[in-house]
Design a protein around this ligand. Structure first.
Ligand code: ATP
Length: 306
């Protein structure tokens, strides 16, 4: 029995590793055929996206009995607008985006897209309507072309190039000897975190979803990379309903609305300017991030002067 249980544990371990590594859920399901935790209702119809309006109505949620993670969340992202969610670690920000994909069912309340309860539509149509740029992009061990085309396999050559260009990765690819045919991943070209993220953005642009979820990386990027990624993200978010899970406040200054989440509740909401003026938690977070950035810059200058 011992001999049998070791490999089984090992498989479980590998399975969990893969599960945590792949944040793009579509890939996860197609690659692993993982059983889904929620099921389509027998009468589920495909989601019909018209304008792309998202609504959370008094959403309550817990992962397990006892600890409530979201305690009555209500907000709206009007078609084509952008809403950013900020707040301390563990506040429930990523949970909100997981619920929009319906990875879990709610305890109470409702989430709708263009008026349709997402619990009543087919999961495949729901997930097809939403594009996600995850924190850490995992690319396939295949060519750059395949990795971008994965967003929409039947896209034309011109559409492929245009997506890469708009994601600010086109020039980089064209300068490679093998261009789009360059293999990436373990046995291919190693890409930096920022390059991988831009490939993921190109994939999302090609997919062309009406709704976009941006899960910003927690890790600090250098200013240049951050600017390149930011302009690629701004391009992706243009004219699309966008929900951003933000860690760096500098990237969401222009959001139509910012929600400040704390311990599962929205404690402040408004524009960047309005929230600064209110002098609450957001203003405090902004001050702390600015101080941290200034300290980092001072350190860098001191090092450079050595
Ligand atoms: P961060 O900024 O650190 O990413 P967050 O605001 O995105 O944090 P969430 O990931 O939404 O926070 O997590 C909210 C709470 O839910 C945390 O206390 C976390 O421990 C808990 N949690 C997250 N995922 C699970 C899970 N699969 N099972 C049980 N609890 C979970």
């Amino acid at each position: 029995l011992m001999q049998l249980s070791i490999p089984l544990n090992f498989i479980g371990f590998i399975y969990r590793e893969i599960r945590q590594g792949l944040t793009d859920i579509e890939e996860m399901f197609t690659l692993l055929d993982v059983p889904e935790e929620v099921e389509d209702r027998p009468d589920a119809a495909p989601l019909a996206v018209t304008a792309g309006a998202i609504r959370f109505e008094n959403v309550r949620f817990r992962y397990e009995a006892g600890r409530e993670i979201l305690k009555g969340i209500s907000f709206e992202v009007p078609p084509g607008k952008s809403v950013a969610i900020v707040g301390p670690s563990g506040a429930g920000k990523s949970t909100l985006s997981r619920l929009l994909f319906r990875f879990y069912d709610l305890e109470s309340g409702r989430i709708t897209i263009d008026g349709q309860d997402i619990a009543r539509v087919t999961q495949s149509s729901l997930r097809a309507a939403i594009g996600i740029v995850p924190q850490d992009t995992v690319l396939f061990n295949d060519t750059l072309e395949y990795n971008i085309r994965y967003g929409r396999m039947e896209a034309s050559e011109a559409e492929l190039r245009q997506a890469a260009e708009r994601a600010q990765i086109g020039r980089f690819i064209e300068l490679l000897p093998e261009g789009f045919a360059t293999r990436v991943g373990e046995r291919g070209l190693k890409l930096s975190g920022g390059e991988k993220q831009r490939v993921a953005i190109a994939r999302t642009l090609l997919k062309g979803p009406s709704i976009l979820v941006l899960d910003e990386a927690t890790s600090a990027l250098d200013t240049h990379t951050e600017q390149e990624i930011q302009s690629a993200l701004d391009e992706a978010a243009r004219e699309r309903t966008t929900l951003t899970i933000a860690h760096r406040l500098s990237t969401i200054v222009a959001a139509d609305e910012i929600l400040v989440l704390k311990a599962g509740e929205i404690v402040e909401r408004g524009s960047h300017a309005g929230l600064l003026e209110a002098g609450g938690l957001y203003a405090e977070m902004w001050r702390m991030q600015r101080e941290a950035t200034e300290a980092e810059e001072a350190l860098r200058r001191a090092r450079a002067a050595d």
